[in-house]
Design a protein around this ligand. Structure first.
Ligand SMILES: Nc1ncnc2c1ncn2[C@@H]1O[C@H](COP(=O)(O)OP(=O)(O)OP(=O)(O)O)[C@@H](O)[C@H]1O
Ligand SMILES: [Zn+2]
Length: 464
């Protein structure tokens, strides 16, 4: 397999450190709000990549963190008058709801920053000892000039980095690009004891610690959105390599961004389309097709029309599967067959080429076309083979169509409102027997109708 490595800018043959094992770290969300469609892109892409490695017989050990110590979380906690943990726990729970609705498999480890504070302190002490960090008034900064390879990942010179990025300004720093490893406690902030007084970890050091503690000094893959290349990943790399003296990451993978009117869709800009809403409207498979039909390194301009088109395409595929399932029994097919092997080779060739999912998706649609044609021609053998490839190999490898009906979920509320309105009309015309019969029939479907002075309400299975 060949993957484009952000570090070298080249397509490189993928060779993990340990044969057949992939150690992979993905930067997860800062948990102070519901996740959005932009956040779903790395989730979908790297979940599919993990599944593809497994299809190719690798064992994947995947870590995805939750950033639960951060200014934005602390601000929200103060706004709401609760502890930062409560804000973080709330949105971690909500993250899991969204991830499972989207059909994303949980990583093997999902650590939180707050679980690793002692390890972070220990690492900062080592960096100070090694001359890569310095203390000023309870803050600790990484000394960028002590690490000559700084800028290697983002391919920029020090001057370009200073000019082009939002670098935190502070008089305490020796050099503009130096960044905080530890921040002295301010009032109304959570704080931990440290050799430099009470304080909390900076952002970048957490990922260095969580990744290397769980996966070892050198990771095979470090992934995330391209917004993280600088400064976050550049800083992670500097800290880790200064600490261990070993290369931190073999292959850096970055998905391009989802943009909205030219800007990155992001929680802090507030220009977001909440994932939960998108799941309701377009279904998990509609969203996955939307993202996987573009290459992960190409930017996407958020488009409702395109999402709708993908949701429709997902429904068409499911209809084809249903048609097959009602027509044929699901008998196993002999797997080693020339046409199927050709198809597999084509699929693997696409994905081996820097995870070219658009090509793989095009092949899936071509196979759906074949499946329909085979069924039209009552070619049972052909249909069985196409169905097997789609349903049991290619679609699951990309995380598609796993819960057959997910993208068909529709909101029943407008329909029930319509029925209740008709029933109201009947009652007004004193056709009580008809109105009662509607209520009884809804009841037999598990829908309880209650008539109140304000009108009729409904609930499922008698829930309140
Ligand atoms: N618009 C986007 N398109 C693609 N990936 C994104 C986008 N926004 C964030 N990501 C990715 O989602 C993951 C979680 O990011 P994060 O929680 O920082 O989201 P965010 O919306 O950028 O939040 P904030 O605005 O608070 O920084 C990261 O891997 C990040 O690169
Ligand atoms: Zn990170």
């Amino acid at each position: 397999m060949f993957l484009k490595n952000t570090l070298t800018g080249r397509l490189e043959k993928f060779e993990p450190l340990e044969p057949n094992v992939v150690r992979m770290y993905v930067c997860g969300p800062t948990v102070y709000g519901l996740i959005h469609v932009g956040n779903a892109r790395p989730m979908i892409v790297f979940d599919a990549l993990r599944r593809y490695f497994e299809y190719r017989n690798y064992r994947v050990i995947m870590v995805q963190n939750f950033t639960d110590i951060d200014d934005k979380i602390i601000n929200r906690a103060n706004e709401w008058g609760v502890d930062f943990e409560e804000v973080a726990e709330t949105f971690i729970q909500e993250y899991w709801r969204d991830a499972s609705a989207l059909g994303i498999r949980a990583a093997n480890f999902t650590p939180k920053t707050s679980d690793f504070v002692p390890e972070i302190i220990d690492a900062i002490e080592q960096l100070i000892r090694k001359g890569h960090a310095y203390v000023v008034d309870g803050d600790v900064y990484f000394d960028v000039k002590s690490f000559p390879k700084y800028g290697e990942l983002s391919h920029r010179s020090l001057d370009e980095m200073i000019a082009g990025a939002r670098v935190e300004v502070s008089e305490k720093k020796r050099f503009a690009l130096d960044f905080a490893l530890w921040k002295a406690a301010k009032p109304k902030e959570p704080a931990w004891n440290s050799p430099w007084g009470k304080g909390r970890p900076g952002w970048h050091i957490e990922c260095t610690i969580m990744s290397t503690k769980l996966l070892g000094s050198t990771l095979d893959i470090h992934a995330g959105g391209e917004d993280l290349i600088f400064p976050h990943h550049e800083n992670e790399k500097a800290q880790s390599e200064a600490l261990t003296g070993k290369p931190f990451v073999r292959y850096w993978l970055h998905n391009a961004l989802v943009r909205i009117s030219g800007d990155k869709m992001s929680k802090s800009l507030g220009n977001i389309f909440v994932l939960r809403e998108a799941l309701k409207k377009f279904g998990a498979d509609g969203l996955k097709l939307y993202f996987l039909s573009k290459h992960y390194r190409s930017p996407i301009d958020f488009s409702i029309e395109s999402l709708e088109a993908n949701a429709k395409a997902a429904r068409r595929v499911l209809e084809t599967f249903k048609r097959f399932e009602s027509k044929f029994s699901l008998i196993p097919v002999p797997k080693n067959e020339p046409w199927m092997n050709e198809q597999r080779q084509k699929f693997i060739e696409a994905l081996d080429n820097d995870f070219n999912t658009p090509e793989a998706i095009a092949q899936i649609f071509e196979l759906v076309g074949f499946l329909n044609r085979f069924m039209d021609e009552s070619n049972e053998e052909g249909a069985l083979r196409a169905y097997h490839l789609l349903r049991r190999e290619f679609c699951p490898v990309l995380g598609l169509f796993e819960a057959g009906t997910r993208s068909e979920e529709t909101d029943v509320d407008p329909l029930l409102r319509l029925i209740l309105d008709v029933r109201k009309e009947l009652r007004e015309r004193k056709l009580y027997d008809l109105a009662d019969s509607i209520r009884n029939r809804l009841k037999s479907l598990g829908i309880e109708v209650r008539d109140t002075r304000e009108g009729s309400t409904y609930s499922f299975h008698g829930e309140v």
